[in-house]
Design a protein around this ligand. Structure first.
Ligand code: ZN
Length: 215
């Protein structure tokens, strides 16, 4: 399958993507992963991207598209791919459309995972992360607390709330998403490729995708 996964931070795109890759061997592709991959591989594009990242600047779209073009031609993409968190803006979506035409790749659909704001707020603001950068185990104070409060089960380091996972920070991220990324939903709707799944469990999202693929 060849899909784009759309959804606010905390909508569960990553979880859905992981489960989908197990169905047919398609690979999960996120902008962060491919940038890190290109930097590690030391390719020309990777070196250029690293210069931006080292300065704390956003990597420009042309560079991201160049790296994406290479990534989509890797052999492991033959079975399919799931774009997770990309495209993020309309210009990226336009560029991706051109790139896919150039590469002769046809997408099956763009899946909009629609989760109510209060569910996302609750999901993310109850998350806690191990402060040990080598461990980074994730907990949830409601559904999966560490055995000893505030202490990581795996390594004994303090378990903390990430700064970008406080309620205020999440609200801000959701507002940014709504402003910048939500217009993509309209873009793919016009392209006739959109399915919207209003579900809070990854199983329900996957069932809806399977049904659409079979149709
Ligand atoms: Zn830990």
């Amino acid at each position: 399958m060849k899909l784009i996964l759309l959804g606010a931070p905390g909508a569960g795109k990553g979880t859905v993507a992981k489960q989908l890759t197990q169905l047919d061997g398609s690979v999960q592709i996120s902008t962060g992963d491919i940038l890190r991959g290109a930097v590690q591989a030391g390719s020309d594009l990777g070196k250029q991207a690293k210069a931006f990242m080292d300065r704390g600047d956003l990597v420009p779209d042309e560079l991201i598209m160049g790296i994406m073009e290479k990534r989509l031609q890797d052999p492991d993409c033959k079975k399919g791919f799931l774009l997770d968190g990309f495209p993020r803006t309309i210009p990226q979506a336009e560029a991706l459309k051109k790139l896919l035409v150039k590469l002769g790749i046809k997408l099956d659909m763009a899946v909009n995972i629609d989760v109510p704001r209060n569910v996302i707020l609750d999901r993310l603001s109850t998350r806690r992360t191990c402060s040990n950068s080598k461990c980074q185990a994730i907990y949830n104070v409601k559904s999966m607390p560490p055995k000893k409060e505030g202490i990581c089960d795996k390594c004994g380091s303090p378990v903390v709330q990430r700064e970008d996972e406080t309620e205020a920070a999440i609200s801000h991220r959701l507002d940014t998403y709504n402003k910048k990324t939500a217009p993509l939903i309209g873009f793919y709707e016009k392209e006739g490729m959109l399915i919207t799944v209003s579900a809070t469990s990854s199983e329900a999202v996957i069932a809806a995708i399977k049904k659409k693929l079979a149709a």
